[in-house]
Structures are given as structure tokens and as C-alpha cells.
Design a protein. Structure first.
Length: 181
């Protein structure tokens, strides 16, 4: 990685895990793994991930041209970028807590656990297992309820394998965080 990529990866790592460094190997794997989608609306998740490159540049005073040539340069959205982008969107648009402040790592860690990657800490990292799990996720080879996806629910409105990630997230948040009336 170039120096700019290192800085960007570290920025993503901070968004994903805060100060926790025990998943750095997994995060590096997810950074190198392209996010692909078959459900049209998931293009928005890829766009959110790519937009993080420009947010990073803006917040760090890096000229847009350097982002285009140094980070973008035709590179697809990575799994890490998609997941961090989705975690930030969940936090900022749905679950914002003014007292606690921004905490995208909470949502990112939920996604890691739901995917089945939670045991792959630095001490236990297995690239073959990570590849198998992420390939199954990308091919929608998870359960009707979303077990093996980023979000799983007990009572999905539709088959989670045929539902875009934003709706999966909304159903998960509604089921787990809605206030009872």
C-alpha cells in the first residue's frame, strides 16, 4: 500500500473498530476483498463505500485529485468500505445518540458477528475461512432469515436473500431497537 492508502486504511479501521486492534488482519482482508452485488439497490452501498474515500480526503485536507489518482483509480468498492459506509449510515440516519456521539463501530461489530467472522481475530485469522464466508455472503447463500448475512431477523417481511442490504438493516434495527409502544 502507498502512504495514502495506509492512512486511508487506518481511518477506515478507526471507523470500524475504534481503538480495538484485535481484528486488523480481518480488516485488511476485507479492504482487499471487492464488494460485488446482484441486487440493484445494493449499488447504493457500493457508492457509499466509494464516497468514504472522498470524505476521508475532505476531512484530512487531501486534494480531490490525489484521492482520484491515489485511492479511486478505477478501484471497486471493498467489503470494508461497504460495511463501514453502511455502519455510518445506520448510525447517522437511524440510530444517532446525541449523548454518546457517533459510534459506527457498534454497527460494524454487529455485522462482523452476524456474518460469522467474529472469531477471526488476529490470533485466529484464517484467510480461507474469511474468503469462504464473504463469498457465501456475496452470493446470497445465507438463510431466509439472514443468518450469514450482515443482519439477521426472526420475522423478515421477505426472503432476506432477495432483499437489499439497506432493507435488511432497517428490519434488523426495527426488530432489535424499536421502542415498544
Amino acid at each position: 500500500m502507498t502512504r495514502l492508502e495506509d492512512r486511508y486504511f487506518d481511518w477506515l479501521r478507526q471507523k470500524a473498530m475504534g481503538q480495538d486492534r484485535s481484528y486488523d488482519s480481518l480488516l485488511a482482508f476485507l479492504y482487499d476483498k471487492p464488494f460485488s452485488y446482484t441486487i440493484r439497490m445494493d449499488e447504493n452501498r457500493a457508492e457509499d463505500g466509494i464516497e468514504l474515500r472522498y470524505t476521508f480526503g475532505f476531512k484530512n485536507g487531501i486534494p480531490e485529485e490525489d484521492i482520484v489518482t491515489g485511492l479511486d483509480a478505477g478501484r471497486d468498492c471493498s467489503m470494508l468500505e461497504m460495511m463501514v459506509g453502511l455502519a455510518i449510515r445506520c448510525e447517522n440516519q437511524i440510530m444517532v445518540d446525541m449523548e454518546e456521539g457517533e459510534q459506527p463501530e457498534r454497527w460494524f461489530q454487529i455485522m462482523i458477528q452476524n456474518l460469522g467472522l467474529g472469531s477471526l481475530t488476529n490470533d485466529n485469522f484464517d484467510a480461507g475461512k474469511a474468503d469462504y464466508i464473504t463469498d457465501r455472503f456475496l452470493a446470497h447463500q445465507y438463510s431466509y432469515y439472514g443468518d450469514g448475512s450482515l443482519f439477521s431477523v426472526c420475522n423478515p417481511r421477505y426472503d432476506m436473500r432477495k432483499t437489499d442490504l439497506w432493507y435488511q438493516a432497517m428490519w434488523y434495527l426495527t426488530e432489535n431497537y424499536s421502542e415498544e409502544e
